[in-house]
Write a protein that binds this ligand. Structure first.
Ligand code: 4NP
Length: 154
């Protein structure tokens, strides 16, 4: 089996999925696991943009600089390049199922399905809320990242 390559997908690729990318990079590094990690959005409004400043701030509080990340839109090709595609919520999962090509090898899953007790739930979109929402996002994606590392380390 090829090396794991993990893609996180939300709507804008400026709040939730960049934080999921940052959390998994950090957890994989701690575990000494070599992974390809990226993130993308189903929407195209923020292509080429850095993460939301509130997302940058919550990552920086963990000592992680995500200011160099840039938004991009998910493509059919992503299902051939990545082994795992994780949707941050059910809306994005539905859209990803439409984008997935018939020869896409990536396993497509709802991210929080990996976290015991959170199966079937989405990571709440913090974009239209206040700063506290970003702390909740960070918590959720960190839990999921730990679950991914635990699964891949087995
Ligand atoms: P994300 O948050 O999907 O977590 O990156 C959003 C960012 C932007 C928008 C919606 C959600 N927007 O409508 O522009």
């Amino acid at each position: 089996m090829s090396d794991p390559a993990i893609l996180f997908v939300c709507l804008g690729n400026i709040c939730r999925s960049p934080l999921a990318e940052a959390a998994l990079r950090a957890e994989a590094a701690k575990a000494g696991l070599d992974l390809i990690v990226d993130s993308a959005g189903t929407g195209d409004w923020h292509v080429g943009s850095p993460p939301d400043t509130r997302a940058q701030a919550v990552a920086l509080r963990q000592g992680i600089d995500i200011s160099g990340y840039r938004g991009r839109q998910v493509t059919a090709e992503d299902f051939r390049r990545f082994t795992h595609v994780f949707a941050l919520d059910a809306d994005n999962l539905r859209n990803l199922k439409r984008i997935r090509p018939s020869d896409g090898r990536a396993r497509l899953q709802l991210l929080m399905d990996l976290v015991p007790g959170r199966e079937g739930s989405g990571v709440t979109d913090p974009y239209f809320g206040d700063d506290a929402g970003f702390d909740i996002t960070w918590d959720d994606v960190t839990r999921a990242a730990r679950a991914i590392v635990a699964q891949l380390a087995r």
